[in-house]
Design a protein around this ligand. Structure first.
Ligand code: ZN
Length: 286
C-alpha cells in the first residue's frame, strides 16, 4: 500500500482541509481543529468537542480500515464540521439549542452542496456497516477474554485521546490540595480506574496499596474540574480531619473549599448518572 494511502491522523487532517476548502471556506473560523481516529464504536461515527481553545474531532477507529469507502470518512467529517459552524466545539456562537434537532445538520449540508456525500455514505452504512462491524469485532463479541481486552483497549483509547485530563494533571492537583491539609504531597497515589459498567462510584480508596482510583470517565473534559477536586478533597479531608461527614464539612469550610466542593457534590447528584449512561467508553450507544 503506498504511504499516501495509510489512514492516520495526517491523512484525516488532509481530508478535513480539503472538505473545509470545498464546502466550508466561507464559514467563520473558530478554534483550530485537531482530527484523529477514536473509538472503534458500533453506533458512533464521529464526535466533536473542545478543550481550552482547541477543537478536537474524532472519527470512528474502524474507518481507518481501507475497506471503508473514503466518502464514509468524508461524511463523518462534514457532519462534524456542520456542528463546528453551529458553534459546537468551535467557540463560535451557538446557532441552535440542540446539535441535531429539527434536521439542522442535514439542512446545513444541503445548503453547502455536500449532501451527496452523506447520501452515499448513508447507503454504505445501511447496507455494509452492520456486517463490517461484526467482521471486525465478532471475536470480541464471542469471547469474554477478548472482550475484556477490547474493554481495556477502549479505555486506553479513551484515556489517551487528545484533550483528555491526564493522570499527571490530576496528581499535581492532588498534591496542591494536599498541601492545604498540611501534607507535603498527597498521602496516596492517584490512578485512573478503567471501570466496568457496574461501577458507579466516582472514586475508590484502596487502603492496601495507598491509592485512590478515580473513575476513568472523569478524564473527560466535559466533567467540571470541581468534580475531580471534590473526589480528591473527600479522601484528603477524611485522612486529615476524620471519617465523619461533619468533620469533612468543617475541614473543607475552614479551608474555604466548601463552595467548590458543593459544586462537585451537586454535579455528582444531578449529572453523573446520566453522564455515565451516555458516555461510558464500554457502552455502545445509538
Ligand atoms: Zn452529530
Amino acid at each position: 500500500m503506498p504511504e499516501s494511502q495509510l489512514r492516520d491522523a495526517r491523512w484525516l487532517d488532509a481530508r478535513l482541509r480539503r472538505l473545509w476548502d470545498a464546502y466550508f471556506s466561507d464559514a467563520p473560523a473558530g478554534y483550530p481543529i485537531t482530527v484523529f481516529f477514536g473509538r472503534r464504536a458500533r453506533y458512533r461515527y464521529g464526535s466533536i468537542y473542545s478543550r481550552g481553545r482547541q477543537c478536537f474531532i474524532t472519527v470512528n477507529g474502524l474507518f481507518a480500515h481501507p475497506a471503508v469507502p473514503e466518502h464514509v470518512v468524508d461524511a463523518t467529517l462534514i457532519h462534524e464540521l456542520a456542528h463546528y459552524v453551529h458553534g459546537y466545539g468551535s467557540g463560535l456562537r451557538k446557532l441552535h439549542s440542540s446539535p441535531h434537532r429539527g434536521g439542522v445538520i442535514d439542512r446545513e449540508l444541503k445548503q453547502r452542496g455536500c449532501w451527496h456525500i452523506e447520501e452515499r455514505a448513508a447507503e454504505w452504512r445501511r447496507t455494509r456497516w452492520p456486517d463490517f462491524y461484526v467482521e471486525q469485532n465478532g471475536h470480541a463479541l464471542e469471547h469474554r477474554a477478548l472482550r475484556e481486552e477490547d474493554g481495556n483497549a477502549r479505555w486506553s483509547a479513551f484515556l489517551e485521546a487528545p484533550g483528555m485530563r491526564t493522570l499527571e494533571e490530576v496528581r499535581h492537583r492532588a498534591d496542591a490540595l494536599a498541601r492545604l491539609f498540611g501534607f507535603g504531597s498527597a498521602p496516596f497515589t492517584v490512578e485512573w480506574l478503567p471501570a466496568s459498567l457496574h461501577r458507579r462510584g466516582l472514586s475508590y480508596r484502596m487502603r492496601s496499596t495507598q491509592t485512590v482510583r478515580i473513575h476513568g470517565l472523569l478524564a473527560d473534559p466535559r466533567v467540571p474540574d470541581e468534580v475531580i477536586d471534590y473526589e480528591l478533597l473527600y479522601w484528603l479531608a477524611t485522612e486529615a480531619c476524620g471519617p465523619h461527614w461533619h468533620q469533612l464539612e468543617q475541614g473543607l469550610k475552614q479551608r474555604r473549599l466548601w463552595a467548590r466542593a458543593s459544586r462537585g457534590i451537586r454535579w455528582r447528584r444531578k449529572v453523573w448518572a446520566g453522564f455515565l449512561a451516555e458516555h461510558h467508553p464500554l457502552r455502545s450507544r445509538k
